[in-house]
Design a binder for this molecule. Structure first.
Ligand SMILES: [Zn+2]
Length: 364
């Protein structure tokens, strides 16, 4: 009896990760991918209703800008996605500029688990994990905003969470017997180096979070041993919002996930649901062959998680935007059609991952 109780969640989790998802039909894509409003990505920092505007300030750890960004996130979560559990993972560390004093780093975790997670208890449902860093780089001699780095990716994730929540009730119902994963959003602090990028002067927030999760153990009979193992896919958005992004497929192990997103980009463009007119697809590597992958990758917040075994989809353009780490990386230099299209593509990817294709059947 006890053994059976153990094997059911295990079996369900195996099923949910291996069953073929339903492709979202064209008609359903048209209804599920809305157009962002004018307010959603408004550039004015004083527009509290904009997801993006209030982030277009300097957000250096240990400064008032960091706290203003945090307040923007918590206010958003309370108002728009109260169903999501908000938690903090805090740490502190000296930096090369802090003269031995600790600088605070605060990661924010927004987690939405399906109703069947309640019955099964902690650590039994996988989590699609979407991440971006909200700190901005300290640059001497000017106010560096970091609009692509990574204010816009954070705003994209907020928009995705809000629009996704409008669908989850219908998709998940109240049933405790469903299958499939939940989703979490990581708003990471302290990605940037204070002086120059080294193993210790960079990734302050993500290093602390990955280590903390590795040391958090779920109950013995849980499907997943700890929150790190719970990550079904770690999708990292960074340096997004400049026109004509070229985002390669970096990892052969997650190329299948890249292909899913690239296919969705193509379908959304075909259906006229994207507004940018780039010179090439954002995700041009769908047909990349196994032999073409190298061991090269870009250092970023995925590293501490990848090192510990999490599968990673890194959405960062190569080459980097022209404005990278220059004072020009501000709201005025964002290409808003590109920002909104990243929001639409990411939402489509998440919906497909959560098997929203089956909504067709629920509705009829
Ligand atoms: Zn940066």
């Amino acid at each position: 009896m006890r053994l059976q109780a153990l094997s059911i969640p295990l079996l369900l989790s195996l099923l949910s990760s291996s069953t073929a998802y339903t492709q979202i039909s064209d008609d359903l894509l048209k209804t599920l991918i809305p157009n962002p409003s004018d307010t959603d990505f408004d550039l004015s920092p004083s527009n509290a209703d904009s997801l993006l505007g209030p982030l277009l300030i300097t957000r250096v750890p240990g400064t008032p800008g960091q706290r203003a960004a945090q307040e923007h996130f918590t206010r958003f979560a309370t108002k728009h996605i109260p169903e999501w559990k908000l938690s903090w993972q805090n740490s502190s560390s000296p930096t090369p500029l802090s003269k031995g004093n600790p600088v605070p780093f605060h990661n924010i975790i927004l987690r939405r688990e399906p109703p069947w997670a309640r019955k099964r208890g902690e650590g039994n449902v996988g989590l699609l994990t979407l991440a971006a860093h909200y700190d901005s780089k300290m640059i001497q001699g000017g106010d560096f905003i970091g609009a692509t780095d990574s204010a816009a990716p954070c705003a994209v994730l907020m928009w995705v969470a809000r629009e996704l929540e409008k669908v989850l009730g219908r998709l998940w119902g109240d049933g405790e017997d469903g299958t499939g994963e939940g989703v979490q959003i990581l708003l990471l602090d302290g990605e940037e180096a204070f002086v120059s990028w080294t193993d210790t002067d960079s990734l302050y927030g993500s290093r602390a979070l990955a280590a903390a999760w590795e040391n958090t153990t779920y109950p013995a009979l849980s499907t997943f041993r700890n929150p790190l193992r719970q990550i079904s896919l770690f999708v990292l958005l960074d340096l997004l919002g400049s026109p004509n992004p070229n985002v390669p497929s970096y990892f052969q192990t997650t190329h299948w996930a890249y292909q899913r997103m690239a296919t969705l980009e193509g379908r959304l463009r075909g259906l006229g649901l994207l507004e940018s007119k780039p010179m090439h697809p954002f995700l041009p590597d769908g047909a990349k062959m196994a032999t073409e992958f190298t061991r090269a990758f870009i250092g970023d917040d995925h590293e501490p998680f990848m090192k510990r075994g999490a599968p990673v989809l890194h959405l960062i353009p190569s080459p980097f935007p022209e404005v990278w780490h220059r004072l020009e990386d501000d709201g005025a230099h964002l290409d808003m059609a590109t920002v909104r299209d990243w929001a639409r593509i990411t939402l489509a990817f998440v919906l497909e991952w959560l098997d929203a294709g089956k909504l067709e059947k629920i509705q009829t």
